[in-house]
Design a protein around this ligand. Structure first.
Ligand code: FES
Ligand code: FE2
Length: 466
């Protein structure tokens, strides 16, 4: 990749071409947990959080009526920091001269001005719409005059709160290299390799992603994913577009003449992947540019079987980060916890067995803040990364020319975009294609909430048709 092109696809601040593209999508800006006094006692009295998103400094707050507002952080009067504002019934008040702003940026009061002053009517703080979905607050930073798209009807957004859990973490690197790990189906055989298999407890403990069993059997035996990944490390990677910007990745690992391992994952433009965590749980992960050199991943866990033990999932993950910013305790400052002895005896990487997220963190952060793509050598196993970069470059041009980029969906298209399927399974070699489709369908049929959502959607469609 040319240096200019690398700049083009990585810079996302105001006024940049890629920033304009990323502003065409709803972006996660905080977990709802961050406004829950159980996890952050400060927000009980003062629900105000400074946030960075797409290179902009903003303040996210909740007013007395429970509405969320996302406004520019610098006060429009003389620029004092509204992150220190007084959170009041109807809005956020700057402590410097008392100017007060509603969640939509309306200036409500300028109390130092002469009685009868109409200055308020001429001042407006920049503000962005916020919506809550699946335990995450999403913001729309799109330009004036462009309608916000709708989020797709993906399982992660349809599942009830009992069956979904969201968490996030900060990575010290550019958004694109963070996303590119998730569309690289070859790396689990190496980066996440365990030299021995542990028990195949089918739980959702943190980091056990490749320790669960694959669906299906080999010679009457169930295999842990770790063993499949380790023993069959030369995958055949296929992909196809289910819609513009939605790629289904099928990764085949032929095991014997009779058996093939099939892993189906999805890549949703511009920065989301959907992967199986276990037989019954899916992870949808979004990569949100904080600025050019920081990225939040937001993961949505969706259960197609019973309710999730959210308290346990949260506690496991909170043990690995520092609040309030969800900064990992391990990182470049301590070599990501690298242990050379472990690398020789227990894991391929040597950064622990419990938290595979840390393995990915090392991969994306160790490249440097912005990967120098002029020096890389892309290989056959990078074919999805190449396809995604082509889509990205084209989408930047589309937005530049005033068009609508892939998956910036209108309400009707968003309602129609459901799923998407993911699976890990050991399939009969000659009919792996039907096998995984059946296995994915069986997973979906286990989700009672999915049937309820489907019948609600058909009732709504019937009513609309009347
Ligand atoms: S700087 Fe905020 S009110 Fe004056
Ligand atoms: Fe990974």
């Amino acid at each position: 990749m040319q240096s200019e092109q690398n700049e083009l696809v990585t810079r996302i601040g105001p006024g940049t071409a890629c920033g304009a593209l990323m502003r065409r999508y709803w972006q996660p800006v905080a977990l709802l947990d961050e406004f829950d006094p159980r996890f952050d006692p400060h927000v009980a009295a003062r629900p105000v959080k400074p946030v960075r998103l797409l290179g902009e400094s903003l303040v996210l707050f909740r007013d007395g009526a429970g509405r969320f507002g996302l406004i520019e952080r610098a006060c429009p009067h003389r620029g004092a920091d509204l992150a220190f504002g007084r959170c009041e019934e109807g809005g956020l008040r700057c402590p410097f001269h008392g100017w007060k702003f509603a969640v939509d940026g309306t200036c409500l009061e300028t109390p130092a001005e002469p009685l009868g002053s109409t200055l308020c009517q001429r001042v407006r703080q920049r503000s962005y719409p916020v919506q809550e979905k699946a335990g995450v607050l999403f913001a729309w930073l799109g330009p004036d005059g462009v309608a916000a798209p709708s989020l797709p009807s993906f399982d992660c957004f349809v599942a009830p709160a009992s069956h979904s859990f969201a968490f996030k973490g900060l990575w010290h690197c550019n958004w694109l290299q963070a996303f590119e790990v998730g569309i690289d189906p070859a790396h689990p055989s190496f980066l996440h390799r365990y030299l021995q298999d542990a028990s195949m407890a089918d739980d959702e403990a943190y980091g056990r992603q490749f320790r669960a069993a694959s669906v299906g059997e080999a010679d009457g035996e169930r295999w842990p994913m770790t063993r499949v990944m380790r023993e069959f490390h030369r995958p055949e990677i296929r992909f196809e577009a289910l819609a513009e910007g939605l790629l289904r990745l099928t990764t085949l690992r032929p095991m014997t003449d009779e058996l093939t391992h099939v892993r189906v994952t999805q890549a949703m433009f511009p920065a989301t992947f959907v992967i199986p965590l276990s037989e019954t749980i899916t992870i949808t992960q979004m990569h949100v540019p904080v600025d050019d050199t920081h990225t939040y991943w937001y993961s949505f866990f969706t259960s197609f079987a019973g309710p999730l033990d959210k308290e346990a999932m949260r506690a496991q993950r909170l043990a690995c980060v520092r609040l309030p910013d969800y900064v990992p305790l391990q990182g470049r400052h301590n070599d990501w916890g690298f242990n050379a002895e472990e690398q020789q005896t227990r894991t391929y990487l040597g950064m622990g067995e419990d938290d595979i997220n840390l393995h990915d963190q090392w991969a994306v952060e160790s490249m440097g803040e912005i990967q120098d793509r002029t020096r890389e050598h892309l290989a056959t196993s990078d074919k999805v990364i190449m396809a995604n970069r082509r889509t990205l470059l084209k989408a930047i041009e589309t937005v530049r020319a005033g068009g609508r980029p892939p998956l910036a969906l209108d309400a009707q298209a968003a309602a129609a975009l459901t799923g998407p399927d993911t699976i890990d399974c050991i399939a009969p070699a000659e009919r792996w294609n039907e096998f995984w489709v059946d296995a994915a369908a069986a997973k979906r049929s286990g989700a009672a909430w999915l049937h309820a959502a489907a019948s609600a959607a058909s009732v709504a469609a019937a009513e609309a048709a009347r």
